[in-house]
Design a protein around this ligand. Structure first.
Ligand code: UDP
Ligand code: MG
Length: 323
């Protein structure tokens, strides 16, 4: 049964910002335009993810008494996903939107998403119709999403990022997930309820540079695979099984040719290849196990997810410390 919607809902927006001094002025203008078009009140929470540039000053200058903007500032850079996670902890509203600061996700689309939410959907996520990144990066993204789709034990929709609106109950559930390396788009689908995609044109970044370097993207991809699938571990076992069979067959062959035909098998080269191959496989398997072990280690340490250094605007001061 669809969740009943409040008569006068309010929209809360979470916007992670890391070194966005170039994009922020455009963002603030765009948010005002959206607020004028919207027939519901909007409250915006900007999460300054430990920026080293003038991001915080620009935000502070835009916040005045009674404004709908607020900001929490991290004590250092904790990363995009944690910034969104923290935003979800502190944001208010009946329906919550997540959007990037660089206007790659057009804020007007949020209003269409909210309309879908009113129809009864609990999650409305943006689906990128096109990407403005270069061909190499586009193919890498596409490969990653298809791979994740194939092996994850949760349906993460193809070509959807964090851009979405969610019902308050979905946000409350995500907040309860204690994961230290959350992948918001994964947790969002994991929750379930009624979800739908909304296609939109993904624009180029309005200004400034992408904060995702290749290693960070790879990291995000590995995180997605590891936190939503144990298949790599199983593959490791299969790989071990397969190499054992090959090893066993070779052993039989060696015994038969030595005992039956009196010939010792020739071959320093073949031996070296086998040894190298097997140790390669072992190291890969160890690496895969290590990846999961590392995640477990992170969870067991149970450090706070983030540390808030200061906050501005309507955010409750009691909320200042991380969770
Ligand atoms: N971001 C963040 N912390 C980071 C990296 C990025 O809060 O460590 C924010 C960034 O300011 C932007 C959003 O996450 O609002 C997406 O980042 P970006 O546009 O650089 O990534 P891309 O769109 O290129 O994938
Ligand atoms: Mg971007």
């Amino acid at each position: 049964m669809a969740n009943t919607r409040p008569e006068n809902p309010s929209l809360g927006l979470v916007i992670p910002c890391y070194n966005e001094e170039a994009a922020l002025p455009h963002l603030l203008v765009s948010l005002e335009t959206v607020q004028k078009k919207a027939n519901i009140p909007i409250r915006v929470l900007l999460v300054d993810d430990g920026s080293q540039d003038r991001t915080y000053e620009i935000i502070a200058a835009a916040i005045h008494p009674g404004s709908n903007l607020a900001c929490i500032r991290f004590s250092r850079n904790f990363g995009h996903q944690i910034a969104v996670f923290a935003g979800l902890h502190h944001v208010v509203g009946d329906v919550i939107g997540v959007i990037d600061a660089d206007l790659q996700d057009p804020p007007e689309v949020l209003l269409k998403m909210v309309n879908k939410w009113r129809e009864g959907f609990d999650v409305v996520y943006g689906v990128r119709r096109n990407r403005k990144e270069n061909l190499l990066l586009r193919s890498a993204y596409s490969l990653f999403y298809r791979m994740l789709q194939g092996i994850a034990n949760v349906e993460i929709p193809l070509d959807s990022g964090d851009f979405c609106v969610m019902d308050r109950r979905v946000v409350e559930l995500i907040k309860q997930m204690p994961e230290h390396t959350p992948l918001i788009r994964g947790l969002r689908s994991w929750v379930g309820f009624r979800q739908t995609g909304l296609e939109y044109e993904r624009a180029a970044r309005v200004d400034g540079e992408s904060k995702y370097s290749l290693p960070r993207l790879v990291n995000l991809a590995v995180q997605g695979l590891v936190s939503f699938s144990a298949l790599p571990l199983r593959l490791a076992a299969w790989l071990g099984f397969f190499t054992s069979i090959v090893g066993f067959a070779l052993m039989i062959w060696a015994i038969v040719s030595a005992v039956g035909f009196g010939k010792t098998p020739p071959g320093w080269a073949s031996l070296a290849v086998i040894v190298l191959f097997c140790s390669g496989v072992q190291l890969i398997v160890l690496g895969i196990i290590g990846e999961y072990l590392g995640r477990i280690f992170d969870e067991v340490k149970n450090r706070p997810h983030f540390i808030v250094e200061s906050s501005l605007g309507w955010v409750a001061p009691a909320d200042q410390w991380g969770s």
